[in-house]
Each structure stands twice: as C-alpha cells, then as structure tokens.
Design a protein around this ligand. Structure first.
Ligand code: PEP
Ligand code: MN
Length: 348
C-alpha cells in the first residue's frame, strides 16, 4: 500500500503518516520524489485499515498496489530507478552501460589482459566469475577468493568496476567485499536465502532471470531484495530454455520493454548466455539496446578457444570492438548514449 502525499504536504504531515504506519505494526518507507512524495507501507497482510491513513492531513490518496510484487512495481514508484555503482557510474539513467569480460576468471594474466581489452573498446564494468555455477561437478568451478583478488587488481589497474557472482548465502559477504555489483545467477534466481542475504548488503545486485522463470517470478525475486531494504537492483534478461537446440537459450527481447512497463528497476541484457553462439551475440546486443535495455553484459575472452567456460559464446577482442561501435550507433538512434569508461585510477 502506498500513501501519496499532497504536493504541499509538510514534513510534519509526512512524519505523522510514518508514525501511524508504525503504530499499526507495519514498516513505513518514505519516498520523496521529484513528481510526488509518498510513504510506502511494507508488509501489508491485507488487514490494514486504509481509512485511518486516508483521513490524515496532507494525504492525497491511498493506492492499493495490485501487482504481487509491490516495491518493484511502477505503481509503487513511478520514476525509473537509477542504480549508482560508484565512481559516478549509474545504471538506469539515459546512458547504456556496457559490462564485459570472460565467463570465468582463469588466471591473473587472463583477467588483466581482458580488462585492458574491454576497457580500450569502451566497457565500463568488468565481468568474470570467481565462483562458477557449473552443470557438471567435474567442470572448472572457478578460482574462488583468488579470483576475487585478481578482479580487484584489474579494477585497480583499469578503473573498471567489477560484477561477479555470489553462489550461496555464505559467499555473499566475501563477494560484496570485492565486487561493485553482486551477480545472482540464473540458477539461483529463486534461492531465497541468497536473495535475502544479498539484500542485506545494500550493494548493487545484478539479478539474472531464471532459465525457466516468468517475468512475474523475476520481479518477485527482485522484491525479496527490496523487502530487505536494498533498492539497488538491476534485472538481467539472459534467455530462457526452450525446445530448439540450435541456440543455447531463447533470448527474450520482449522482456525488456515488458519489464519497463511493469517496474521502475533497470534491466540489462546478456546476449552471450541468451544465444550461446558467438556469431549471434552482436545482433542480439543491437536488438537489446534498440528495445531499451539499460545496459548489456557480454562475454569476451582473449582466446575463446582456450576458455575454461563458455568459450563458444565468448567474443574475440576484435568482435567486441565492433559490437561497441554498432551499439553506440543504436543507442544514439534512440536518444541514448553508451557510458564512457571511468577515468583511469590516479595510481595507474
Ligand atoms: C555467467 O554469467 O557466466 C552465468 C553463469 O550466467 P547465468 O547465471 O545467466 O547462466
Ligand atoms: Mn558464462
């Protein structure tokens, strides 16, 4: 439930709404905005007597949020959320943010080399898994803490921010220590204890759509993060499982405008996992940006044929440079622009 205040409502009137919600036994979340000031009532179990709130001075209206996800919905917040990543970089504004890097961190040399490559091409965030969710227990599982340290070194050398995956609730804190964005992978989209733990860090979270998840389920999973008080959520369309074996997944471009019509949260696209095929990544990156994606996350490897994971869908450096040029053109055609890489760190 959302209590929308009059334009001229005083701070005292807002405070009174907050106090009344607290007295009723619920959590109040004041939301000052450019268009309106509202106070969200969190935890509505259907028994809230809204007439008591509607009658308070300064209250314009009480809105009952109809969607099952509440704080994630556009009904709750009608302005796009801009997730601040640090260093002035943000996802969800007018700029399209490009995240790129290998599927897995494989060695110090590999991640440092890839970081330089993607930075030179114009990416502003470095991706790379240190903890890898693999279908087989015998496949490369990632370098773990060592991988996080290599990522931190790459950030120090290039100024790129880091997105990397937390695999389980116990692993969230260590990932949060090193990462600028905590990735929650497709296989973990409904790992609710992981979501709660990531929500409590307050750090930006990249939440990937599950391999067979509906958009409603994706948004409900995001609600877990917001319910913990973490509004820094970036959604990610990464393709869904279907019956056709010619591509790894079906890249659901429609999810992008659909999410924008249901939620204020930004959504980025992952055309690498979305297609599973190197030659299909660039066309789908173009399509994603044209459809309104707030960013893309792309797998790039200096030697894809030697990659320890997802080599088939990893771009060669030259292909990534070409992708960047095309994506810039598309962004400009729809009145957006690709964010510039952050300045090099002073020490570099
Ligand atoms: C990845 O980003 O390498 C990854 C494992 O992605 P997903 O969770 O979307 O499969
Ligand atoms: Mn991968």
């Amino acid at each position: 439930m959302l209590i929308v205040m009059d334009h001229g409502a005083t701070q005292g009137e807002v405070d009174r709404v907050v106090d009344t919600i607290t007295e009723l036994g619920y959590t109040a979340r004041p939301m000052p905005g450019a268009q309106r000031t509202a106070v969200g009532l969190v935890g509505n179990d259907g028994r809230v007597d809204s007439s008591r709130l509607a009658a308070l001075p300064g209250v314009k209206e009480v809105i009952h949020v109809t969607q099952p996800y509440k704080q994630v919905s556009l009904e709750w917040k009608d302005e796009p959320t801009v997730v601040q990543l640090g260093g002035g970089l943000a996802v969800g504004g007018n700029d399209v943010v490009v995240m790129a890097g290998p599927c897995s961190v494989e060695s110090e040399e590999q991640i440092l080399e890839t970081a330089q490559i993607v930075r030179a091409a114009g990416a502003s965030v470095l991706r790379g898994g240190a903890y890898k969710p693999r279908s087989s227990p015998y496949s490369f599982q990632g370098l773990g803490l060592e991988g996080l340290k290599f990522l931190a070194k790459a950030r120090d050398e290039t100024g790129l921010l880091i997105v990397t995956e937390a695999l389980d609730p116990e692993g969230v804190d260590i990932v949060a220590e090193y990462a600028d964005i905590i990735q929650i992978g497709a296989r973990n989209m409904q790992n609710f204890s992981l979501l709660k733990r990531a929500g409590r860090t307050g750090k930006p979270v990249l939440l990937k759509r599950g391999i067979a998840a509906t958009i409603t389920e994706l948004l409900l999973s995001a609600e877990y993060l917001l319910a913990e008080g973490n509004g820094n959520v970036i959604l990610c369309e990464r393709g869904i499982r279907s019956f056709d074996t010619l591509t790894r997944n079906v890249f659901d471009v429609t999810a992008i405008p659909l999410v924008h019509s249901l939620s204020h949260l930004p959504i980025v696209a992952d055309p690498s996992h979305g297609t599973g095929r190197r030659d299909k990544v660039t066309p789908m990156a173009r399509a994603a940006v044209a459809a309104g994606a707030d960013g893309i996350i792309v797998e790039v490897h200096p030697q894809p044929d030697r990659a320890l994971s997802d080599g088939d869908q990893s771009l060669y450096p030259d292909q990534f440079t070409e992708l960047m040029g095309q994506v810039r053109t598309i962004a400009e055609a729809i009145g957006r622009r690709v964010t510039d890489a952050l300045p090099l760190p002073i020490s570099a």
